[in-house]
Design a protein around this ligand. Sequence first.
Ligand code: 8YV
Length: 300
Amino acid sequence: MLINALGQHHEIVDFHTLSAADFTARAAEFEVLMTNGEDTVTRERIQSLPSLGLIANFGVGYDGIDLQAAREHGVQVSNTPDVLTDDVADLAIGLLLATSRQIPAAQRFLESGAWAGGGYTWTSKVSGSQLGIVGMGRIGEAIARRASAFDMPVRYFSRHPKQELPHDFEPSLVKLATWADTLIVCVPGGKETKRLINAVILRALGPRGLLINVSRGSVVDELELIEVLHAGELGGAGLDVFADEPRVPKELQGLPNVVLTPHMASATLQTREAMSQLVVENVRAFVAGRRLATPVDPSL
Ligand code: 8YV
């Protein structure tokens, strides 16, 4: 949809298919750069495109874009907030249920024929368990609303407390992890949150605690996660994002208490259509010299 809609009025070039020489020859032609949650737009890339005016991100998280460099070069940046909030919150709850109740491992058990020898091992109850949310933005709030249907007490760690919420703010991440049965991570990626979730936090979560990550792989120290999981110091993990996508460490695979999905939290037909629509609206607004529909920094 996105490529079709934009392709009617614009020439679209996939940089990955351009040779270095072709890129240099054509660099001055490009006015809009489209990117996504998995890719990066570095200062060098921005500097290499002298006509660039807009970086349109297909996703809400823009940690891969050098915003400072964009600002310095007068390049606007748009993203796709709100339209994917429900899907990401849904997948976070899905991963929580799947990890706690070991749904994928139970299916593997059934398919292997092992059921004939007795039922699957008992798992952990989700309803009523304590949920710590790391990052109380739009997605965090949507997760908290869903958790209330499971009678889960919620506390959260965030840059600022939100007085309007009925949940307790916990300024210490280690205290939140100690209190929580499950920690769901939904903070933005980037320097400020790099490896925020390390072995200290994971050990505080403990041998029955679960980590769910739907934000960015960079937020979790993946090597320390592997270490604590294999030492039995953490109960389990449900992960949609990884440090070096699409590579996923073998040590995380094939474990009954670890559920893995390929960065697909916003990947439903409906939401990807809505995200595409927003990208199109932003590109059209930019081309027409109008205000962007969803600018990352409205002051630009
Ligand atoms: C990706 C995401 O953008 O919104 C985000 O921040 O990470 C995702 O929605 C999506 O996978 C497209 O690449």
